[in-house]
Design a protein around this ligand. Sequence first.
Ligand code: SF4
Length: 492
Amino acid sequence: MDNAFLPLPKLLELVLPDYYNHRMNRYEHALALYPYFGHSTTAMGIFPPTGLEYIVASMKDLVGKVTLLDLRYERSYQDLKTLSTFIRDNIDLLCISIQWHSCFKQVCDFISQLPHEVCTVAGGYKATQEVEYLFERCPNVDMIVRGEGEEIIKQIVTGVPYENIRGLSYRRNERIVHNEIHALPDITRISFPDRSLRQHDYRAVVYGARISNHTFDTLLTTRGCPFKCKFCTFSLNPLGQKRSYTERPVESVIEELKTVEASVVQLSDDNFFTNPKRSEELCDLIIENNIKKTFIVQARIDIAKYPRLLKKAERAGFKVFIIGIESPHDWILEQLQKGITQQQVRDAFAVLTQYDFYLHGYFIYGNIGETEEEMLCIPKFAKEIKLDSISFQKLRIEKFSPLKEVVEATPGYYYNSSHIGGSVYSERYGHVELKQIRNRIRSEFYDLGQIIHIIRKAIRIGLFSWRDLSVAFPNLPLLMYRLARRKRHKKK
Ligand code: SF4
């Protein structure tokens, strides 16, 4: 056929491919898919898929239309047939966020059954860690965006040849090609996540009942962490690159906060108080701008050294502090290079408990050389320093964990290097023993007195009300009665 008779877009594509690729939308309708549903992880349940919303913000002006489906809420699309029909009939670019370690295999199974004829891109923390596995398990995945994807997705949708896109892995002639790593994006230049495509509020729901009237959202004010705790891969991106600590301008954070409708905002920085001067400035701006939210933050115990900042944080609505303590033992804190001592933890909590903050502590058990007796010190210590609640995890080795070499060099210690595993165990403490220890830590900390304390405190500082509780847990009085009876029984 003579080129003169071709429709204009086709003609442009033929004669001016660069112009075409960059000026015309290559994709008419992209689907941003959050493929998790039916799983009970709290973080998966409450918060919106912010990572995917960052991707949507990057590409929305470069494609015809974007639809976001969060399968936790889109019940009809949880059915593979319905979702596949929708994709086949409407979608020419499918972008899937794969973030979580848990349920990874189930999610891969689900994805592998989606239509193979639609161009499919996967990305996210777990996708980056498991590139080879994901390609093998999901033959329909054409590309995997490794690391932070905001810049990479722009290049994909504007038609930059795949071989020129850093950070991209893709299929070519029955082979997988891995391009070089993409430089870490500049946090100050990334657009806000696009919250406009949400079709519902994010709420805390237990067994189908709302726990409270609060709605939830997340917001990032900094990326990276200057500390070098040896067990931690938070401060690395999923490619093992250390994220240098970078801050967004405080004005930009306030501008974004003004657009957030949720009543509870988790600031997802690794440590919101890394730069206390900036944190104080942000608290001042939140107060001045009359932004009324409940904030959840992650912090280190160092925050206790700044009483003026703590006062302002209290006024600005900071209510839940999640603090990494890791261990009550100095020798383990040193092994983990946490940079704190047991005494410093005690001193910090003597200060923090004077404020109306809800204090949640993280611990790690099953450390290298740790005895059962030492692991079981966690609940006692947590109560001594007056933590409101705790969570505790087995020591884990992620792909780029600096602790990997230590475990490998310690006789009798192993780690599960399968796609699902990563936890450390030893000849003395295998999975069964560690599970029993975990159950003991849980039951010794979360006794009746502690549960009552948590409920009272959460109500006092406005996290939820008695009414919320009775709606969500109609059997609560019965549960408490049983716990009290079990306690009495144990004493006898
Ligand atoms: S544990 Fe916390 S303070 Fe330590 S490196 Fe990780 S993010 Fe930073």
